[in-house]
Design a protein around this ligand. Structure first.
Ligand SMILES: [Zn+2]
Length: 284
């Protein structure tokens, strides 16, 4: 059996992970499949893939679903296992040695084996971001996992969450979420040599360089795509943010927070997230 090579995106929401996932999909070795922690929920509810078709009809996911060939009650068990074992509240326990259940391991192996079988590329990108999921997948034999930890200035994240589209959050709520996800993200980034950090701001400034760094330092190969396109085709993805309904996306630097958020609030938010602002070299 082929080894499953998994490229996993970590970091808080609204940090540019969908953008990075879509850009990587345009390169020669990476197939982006979306937020796979939602796969069994999509499977159960027959939700829509980014291509617009339901997952039972989508040209890519239909093949995976046919392979799995699960009755409804089994799909529900897989969904439940996933939701019960990957939640943020279990991260400390997993770090202390909690093991994935056998059913969880089987459900994830079947999923990745099938995606690997139908993919023509070497790496499958899972942009779930859940740290618990990353740690659990790392326990599975036959999975070769590399992580990309994406960080962004907290004020950009706050501004993005303040837009009244898809799961808006208030600033203090965003800060709490940001501190929590980056605490664990940074912790495992320091302790796991198979993770590299990417700053959203560097990605939009110089995407070619970011992709080259990911290929050279993480995938240990050269990219054939030295110069990226201007526009990127949306792959068949599960989950993801509102960008996914676009057929293509362009790289656009979003630094609107600099003019939208008042200066006193900018300073306050910066101070509240001080350790991460300093570690990641953001200026006040
Ligand atoms: Zn599709």
């Amino acid at each position: 059996m082929k080894q499953n090579n998994i490229l996993y995106l970590l970091g808080s929401g609204r940090s540019g992970t969908t953008l990075l996932a879509t850009i990587l999909n345009s390169t020669n070795k990476v197939l982006t499949s979306g937020e796979l922690h939602q796969f069994y929920t999509y499977f159960k509810n027959d939700s829509s893939c980014s291509c617009g078709d339901s997952v039972h009809k989508c040209t890519f996911w239909k093949k995976v679903i046919d392979d799995l060939n699960l009755p409804k009650d089994k799909i529900e068990i897989c969904e439940k296992k996933q939701n019960n074992e990957e939640g943020h509240r279990y991260i400390p326990l997993i770090l202390l040695g909690k093991k994935a259940s056998p059913d969880y391991v089987i459900s994830q192996k079947q999923l990745f084996n099938s995606i690997t079988k139908h993919s023509k590329k070497q790496w499958i990108l899972d942009s779930s971001k859940y740290i618990g999921r990353f740690l659990l997948l790392n326990q599975i034999t036959g999975f070769n996992i590399k992580g990309i930890y994406v960080v962004r200035d907290v004020r950009g994240v706050i501004n993005s969450f303040s837009k009244q589209v898809q799961t808006p959050r208030k600033p203090l709520n965003t800060i709490f979420y940001y501190l929590l996800t980056n605490f664990f993200g940074q912790l495992i980034c320091w302790t796991n040599k198979n993770i590299i950090k990417v700053r959203y701001e560097d990605l939009v400034q110089n995407p070619n360089k970011t992709i080259e760094t990911i290929y050279n330092n993480l995938l240990n190969s050269e990219t054939e795509n030295k110069t990226l396109n201007e526009e990127f085709k949306m792959p068949h993805i599960i989950g993801g943010n509102r960008l996914k309904t676009n057929k293509t996306i362009k790289i656009k630097k979003d630094n609107a927070w600099e003019s939208i958020i008042s200066r006193p609030k900018q300073i306050l938010y910066y101070i509240l997230c001080l350790p991460f602002m300093i570690i990641n070299n953001y200026k006040i």
